[in-house]
Design a protein around this ligand. Sequence first.
Ligand SMILES: Cc1ncc(C[n+]2csc(CCOP(=O)(O)OP(=O)(O)O)c2C)c(N)n1
Ligand SMILES: [Mg+2]
Length: 484
Amino acid sequence: MRTLAGLDKAQLLSCYRKMLLIRRCEEQLARAHQRGLIHGACHTYIGQEAIAVGVCARLKAQDVIFSTHRGHGHALAKGVAPRQLFAELFGRQTGCSQGRGGSMHLFAPEVGLMGTSGIVGPSILQAAGAGYSAKLLKNGAVSVAFFGDGAVNNGAFHEGLNMAGIWKLPTVFVCENNQFATEVAFEYSAGNPDVAGRGAVYGLPGVTVDGNDLVAVYQAAEEAVQRARNGGGATLLECRTYRTRPHAEGMGDYTYRTREEVDEWKTRCPIVRLKQLLLNDTGAEPAELEAIEKEIQAIVADAQQFAESSPWPNPASATDYVCAESAASKVTLPTAPSSGQTKEITFSQATLEALAEEMAANPAIFVLGEGIGKRGGNFKTTAGLYELYGPERLCDAPICERGFVGLGCGAAMTGTRPVIDFMFADSATHADLAAGLHRHRSLGRHTSLRQLLFRLCPFSRTASRDSIEPGRRQGFAQALASMR
Ligand SMILES: Cc1ncc(C[n+]2csc(CCOP(=O)(O)OP(=O)(O)O)c2C)c(N)n1
Ligand SMILES: [Mg+2]
């Protein structure tokens, strides 16, 4: 019997089962949306199943993925139960985010799904951050970012791939090029439509693969994951594919593409292709595949029934996980010395002393900022720490504040404790959505606001550096200690 790219019949059947599960779940979810059972948007993954399944088949439980608005397939492929997925979309308490997230904010860290996202782009930066954690913690984990062709024209793509390139992060960037971002054709919006070719710009291998061919995706993912796990750094995979349903349920489809084009792509269905391969090349019997179909139908019917009969969240809990609780309620904080023992020092000295103390106590802390490595910071915010802790914990970032804030969020979600050192307080405008929103989606399990610290230097041209903020060592020390 022929084997295919190292895949035997059992593995191919397992991939087939997962792809069929995604397809039948999505078809049922589309029907549920039409019946008004799903609140909010619902972007199905129909036509793209080989990508999520081919990539996730190469991952271990400890590996993490970051996904998009079109994330149901990624969630199922990584191991979210159909019941939890349906209940989440139906807004029920039994959903993976207790019905608070819905279709675009799925979160299940227990299986390595670190979030789907309604915003195009952050998955790339957050996966780079998870790669940074894996590198610092030396735990052998690999991170994956799934994103669409729409994201590759966004700054997050360029900043994320650049950082992954310079730090050789164990991350796989998977672009699902389905040729449209909503109604806008990629060939219109891309100055250079060769996505894989953009990898070279940042020193990464870039590979183009037929995204409707499970075996091809699996093989390319295998190489990329191994490279990441063996210390070879990140890879950009461009999977060429097509979505055969409208951008989102309820939206029109034929103002920007033709029915003929969609029908033509349906003939390249990844599930039909895998089915033919199973029958022709592995000796699988039609009855075997029929049994899988029946099994999947039962799972989907059960998931729907479970979701419909699950309770709604308690309205009284509507504001839970919206505001961060005070750090002081969670940890024992160092107490301030009695007044006779206080000394007056500058803000930069105070925060440096506190940082040095806490970095010695907590190996998960790393500092990320511009010029804060060997040079010790423009304003001496990290003076002397590089010599003690080296380049991974005193990480000089390129000038891409949005990029390294996003990376910091992904790192904070995966076990490290970033201190983002902004050279100027004005840069706080970059610490936008990523930090705050994640708290809500994760039901407070990850609160970037407490696991990630922004250190803003309040210096300005008109003020003398060392006279601005005396004696804030205690407050900074408390904030650092609360990240433990
Ligand atoms: C930063 C940002 N801008 C705009 C949107 C609105 N929006 C949602 S999905 C989408 C298209 C995304 O296209 P692509 O990344 O190719 O993914 P696809 O929908 O094709 O899977 C847009 C523009 C958004 N979610 N985030
Ligand atoms: Mg697209």
